[in-house]
Each structure stands twice: as C-alpha cells, then as structure tokens.
Design a protein around this ligand. Structure first.
Ligand code: UDX
Length: 434
C-alpha cells in the first residue's frame, strides 16, 4: 500500500519505518526542510532505540522516502497518517489543533482515489468530525474517510512498541475504512488484540489511557509520601500491590513526578475537554496539580541536603524526562534543575543522550560534563533525576574519592541503599528510609 505520513517526529518517524518494514511504500512529509534534508542524507532526527538500523534498511530497500511536498506524499496514497504535533495551548492548556487542521486543509487538495485519513496525533474528541468538515469544504469531490488510529508508542521503546503493541485501536465509523486499516495491519493478525470502535470512542481511549497511567504514577508517589511519614517501604508496598493482577506491577515506580510530551499535555487537555462537556474530572485535576507541586518539593529536598548553600556544588545525573530518550520536553529533571539553578551557582549536569536538548532549553547556566564522574568531581551532592540504566552501575568508591561530600539524593530509587551506605554515603531516596 502507499502510505503518506504527515509529521516526522517521535510518532511519525518510527511509524513510517515500521510500516515500510512491512513492505508498504511510505513517504514522510514535513514542513521543516532541514529535517527532511537530514533524513534524506541518512541522518536520524530523533534518538530511538533500534530505529537507526531499521531506518537504513528500509531506506536502502527503497520503501521509505522523504519530502517537503504534500502533493508528492499524498497523491495516490491509500492511507494518510496525521502525526503532527498537538502541543498544549500556553494559556488554555487545551490541545492546539492549528497544525493538524492546517495539514488537513493542505492535504485535501491532493487526494485522488479513495483515501483513508487516519489521525495518529492525540486529538480531542470531535476532532475527526472537524477534519472531515475541513476536507469536505476544501475538496468537495474527494473520496475519503477520516478515522482515529491512536498511537501508544512509548518514547525510547517506540520500535519495540510498534512491532509488539498491546492493542491496535481502529476508530472508524465506515466499514470501507475499517477494511483498509485491517489490510494495513494484517501483519499483526493473530499477534495482538484489534479493537474496532467508533471514532469518538477511539479518540477518548487515548486520553483515558494516558490520564489513567498519570494517575497511577500520582498514586504511587502519594503512597511514597505516606511511606516516608509512616516508616513503611514503598518498594515493598509497590511489590505487594503489583502482585494483585487487577492492579498490575507496571507504573508503580515512585519518582520526581511524571513528564514527557504526552502525560502533562494529555491530562491537561482531557481536563479542559471535559469541562467543555460540563464534566468535572476531579481525579485528573488533582493529579495535575500534585505533579506540578511535587517537582518543586523535590528540588527543596535536594537543597535541604546542602542546607541551601548557594556555593555548594550540585551534580545532576539525568535530564531527559525518562531513561532511553533524548527528549527533555516537560522533563521533571529540567523543572527540578531550574529550581536548583535559582539557588545554586555551581551546578554540573550529565545525561547520556539529552545534553544538546537540555542546552537548547537552559543554555549555559550550568556546566555540561562529559560523564557522571566529571559532573561529580568536587560535588557536595549527587542527584539522580532520570532512570538511565548506566546510573545503576556507578562506581561508588570512585565517586566517594572525587566528591567533596559523600551525599546522594536518588529521586528514581536506582541505587541499592545498603551498598551506597556501606560505601560511606549519606543517602536519600523516595518513599523509604534508605
Ligand atoms: C506515554 C505512554 O506510556 C504511551 O503509551 C503514549 O503513547 C505516550 O505517552 P511516554 O511519554 O514515552 O509514553 O513515557 P512513559 O514511559 O509512559 O513515562 C511517562 C513519565 O512517567 C516519565 O516521566 C516516567 O519517568 C514517568 N514514570 C513512569 C514514573 O514516574 N513511574 C513509573 O512507574 C512509570
């Protein structure tokens, strides 16, 4: 099948590579000429585990192409996937739909033959209706259906999640469109659950799922607060809860709050969208407020360990919003770092992948170290903010030797408390004494 993908970000690119690997002819289109040029030169514009190898393979096989021309991408396409950004509006916090509506209007002119237009971007309920109307207005003769095809790809695991999804949700009100999508996703037949639902339900499933996961993190973080106060151990509590199959053991890791390009945006958008329908989503609203507060609280916790001394050197490990990605958007690590910078003149940071993105956000207000040990040199405190696997294996005796004071604040509970204390560190983590 010929597939056009509009938007070459964290959703569009892995999806394009995956569909090309299944033998489809995929054309990715993006307005940013620099991105397209880089991709044409064989340079990936995002970091995703396992993407590079597959990318080169499908490009070499002639299955994946890049263009800035919407007409080139859309003409003759069987399916057009919309994967442009729907960032939060800075004031209203609603999903900003200007890019997706502009894309719909532009692509409408080039539709020829029956085409399914599938929304991969996370969009409020009813957006499919609006896209349908825009296309109708722009090109009344076009033969098309608009469907919702939500993505559930986690950053850092996008390639894995593309090939091994928990479910494929197809939100289509037309049988013809549904059949086209079943053909496109045939390689998954017998391997995963297909859910065929109405378009509005599909749009809601994405928000409801992400908001639920955000609430689950909020809940375990609150339980961690409780454990700190009561003397219980959050790791033991989470294990005990997770063994109940109704609860499940995933998303029970306490931390500095959730971040990333999806959870903060989607919880806010869901809450705003519900208000428009006259519904008050109390749980989600509380989750949003607590998650914002938590990051400030975590920064205070770090500063209290150095008694608020502005001269104390703070070494920060981890800047990305989670391990396995270079993405710093809405990263709790960056929010905490911003709080730390307000009070300390001497902050050194290290992240295995996110240094460039962090630099773009905060410039030269911190020292950028080449590795964890350079960051930790002469530090009065070492703070772990992102769950990168390599931080689990820090050389503790070496750290002890190079740091000014042996203090570690581990906001991801990555280190073994016993081992850290045995090596002479003062250790502070989340939801348990050690
Ligand atoms: C999320 C959804 O998981 C994915 O299905 C959706 O399509 C896009 O949004 P992503 O934003 O890549 O994916 O990150 P995810 O792995 O879900 O983590 C989100 C945030 O929650 C991160 O900041 C992470 O550190 C935090 N988190 C996650 C916790 O604090 N504790 C946990 O137990 C799990």
């Amino acid at each position: 099948m010929k597939i056009a993908i509009v938007g070459t970000g964290y959703v569009g690119l892995p999806t394009g590579v995956g569909l090309a690997e299944f033998g489809n002819d995929v054309v990715c289109v993006d307005k940013i000429a620099g991105k397209i040029e880089a991709l044409k030169q064989g340079q990936l514009t995002i970091y995703e585990d396992g993407l590079e190898e597959l990318f080169h393979k499908v490009v070499k096989a002639g299955k994946l192409h890049f263009t800035t021309s919407m007409s080139e991408a859309v003409s003759g396409a069987d399916v057009v996937l919309l994967a442009v950004g729907t960032p939060p509006h800075p004031v209203t916090k609603e999903a900003d739909l200007q890019y997706i509506y502009a894309a719909a209007q532009e692509l409408a002119q080039y539709l020829d033959g029956y085409t399914v237009i599938a929304t991969k971007s996370t969009v409020p309920v009813g957006t499919g209706d609006e896209i349908e109307a825009i296309i109708k207005r722009t090109n009344p003769k076009a033969d098309y259906d608009v469907i919702s095809l939500p993505e559930f790809l986690r950053e850092g695991f996008a390639v894995h999640d593309f090939f091994a999804p928990d479910r494929i949700v197809i939100g289509a009100d037309s049988e013809k469109a549904r059949n086209v999508m079943l053909k496109l996703y045939k390689p998954f037949e017998g391997k995963t659950q297909f859910l065929l639902v109405g378009r509005k339900s599909s749009e809601t499933i994405k928000y409801a799922s992400n908001a639920f996961l955000a609430m689950k993190i909020h809940y375990i973080n609150e339980m961690a607060d409780f454990c700190e106060a009561s003397g219980a151990n959050i790791s033991e509590v989470a294990r005990g809860m997770g063994l109940d199959s109704r609860i499940g053991n995933k998303f029970l890791n306490p931390g500095p709050g959730y971040g990333g390009s999806c959870f903060p945006k989607d919880t806010n958008a869901m809450a705003q969208m519900a208000k428009k329908f006259g519904v008050h989503l109390h749980l989600i609203e509380t989750t949003i407020a607590y998650n914002d507060e938590r990051k400030v609280e975590m920064a205070k916790r770090v500063l209290s360990v150095v008694n608020g001394n502005p001269e104390a050197k703070i070494a920060v490990l981890g800047l990305a919003f989670k391990g396995g990605t270079d993405d710093c958007r809405e990263s709790p690590a960056m929010d905490i770092l911003r709080e730390l910078i307000k009070c300390s003149h001497n902050v050194s940071v290290y992240d295995p992948k996110a240094m460039d993105n962090a630099h773009r956000l905060i410039g030269d207000s911190v020292n950028y170290a080449a590795d964890a040990y350079e960051a930790a040199k002469n530090a009065d405190i070492l703070v772990i903010l992102t769950e990168w696997e390599e931080f689990r294996h820090l050389d503790l005796p070496k750290l002890k030797e190079i740091m000014n004071k042996p203090k570690i604040v581990d906001l991801r509970n990555m280190l073994g408390a016993e081992e850290v204390c045995k090596n002479g560190f003062e250790y502070c983590c989340i939801g348990r004494k050690h």
